[in-house]
Design a protein around this ligand. Structure first.
Ligand code: COA
Length: 172
C-alpha cells in the first residue's frame, strides 16, 4: 500500500489537478467541467479533495450540489463527479480513499445523499445502488445500473422520488 494523504484542494493545486484529470480521462471535458463547477454557486470547496503522494497530487474528487425534482418539491443532493487518479497510480486504492473521505466529509457537512453516473462494478462496493431503488430517475437515457445513489444518513433518499436535475454548467 503506498502512502496517500487526502486533503482539501487549494487554489495553488488547480494546475496539478488539471494534469491528473487530463491524464486520467481521454478528453479535456472533465477538466473543463471541474473548472465550471469551481466558479459556480454549486461548488462546495470542502468537497474538492486531492490525494497526495510524496508531495505530488495523484488523484482528485469533486462533489457539487445538484437537485432532485419531484412533483411538488426540490431536494438538495450532491453529485460525485469527476473522480480521477493519474494512470500510473491507479489500482492502489487511491480512488477508494478519495471516495470514502468524500462521503465522510459530505456527511459531516450535513448532506444526506450523493448521486453519480459511473461504472456499475466499482461504486456498489462503497454502498451505492441504482437510484431506481428510490424511484429517482436520471434526466438522460442511461442504463439503470449506471445511475447510482447512496444515503449518507438513514432514509436520506427515502420519499424523494423524482428526476435528478443537473445545473446547465454541466452541459458541454
Ligand atoms: C476510476 C478510478 C478513479 C479508480 O481509481 P483507482 O485508484 O484506480 O481505484 P482503486 O484502486 O480504489 O480501485 C481499483 C478498482 O477500480 C477499478 N478500476 C480501476 N482502474 C480501472 C481501469 N483503468 N479500468 C477498469 N477498472 C478500473 C477496478 O474495478 C479495480 O478493482 P480491482 O482492483 O478489483 O480490479 C481511476 O481508475 C480513474 O481515474 N479512471 C479514469 C477516470 C474515470 O473513469 N473516472 C471515473 C468516472 S465514473
Amino acid at each position: 500500500m503506498i502512502s496517500i494523504n487526502i486533503r482539501e484542494e487549494k487554489a495553488s493545486d488547480y494546475e496539478a489537478v488539471k494534469k491528473v484529470l487530463l491524464d486520467a480521462f481521454e478528453t479535456s471535458e472533465e477538466a473543463e467541467l471541474v473548472e465550471r463547477i469551481r466558479s459556480s454557486k454549486f461548488y462546495v470547496p470542502e468537497l474538492s479533495l486531492v490525494a497526495v503522494h510524496k508531495k505530488k497530487i495523484v488523484g482528485h474528487i469533486l462533489f457539487s450540489e445538484i437537485e432532485i425534482q419531484s412533483n411538488k418539491t426540490t431536494y438538495k443532493t450532491l453529485a460525485l463527479a469527476p473522480v480521477s487518479v493519474a494512470q500510473k497510480f491507479q489500482r492502489n486504492g487511491i480512488g477508494a480513499k478519495l471516495i470514502m473521505s468524500g462521503l465522510e466529509k459530505a456527511t459531516d457537512l450535513g448532506f444526506d445523499s450523493v448521486i453519480l453516473l459511473g461504472h456499475a462494478d466499482y461504486y456498489p462496493r462503497f454502498g451505492f445502488e441504482p437510484t431506481s431503488t428510490w424511484e429517482i430517475s436520471p434526466p438522460f437515457d442511461v442504463p439503470v445500473e449506471n445511475f447510482m445513489g447512496i444515503e449518507l444518513v438513514p432514509k436520506g433518499l427515502h420519499k424523494k422520488s423524482g428526476t435528478v436535475k443537473y445545473p446547465t454548467i454541466w452541459q458541454l
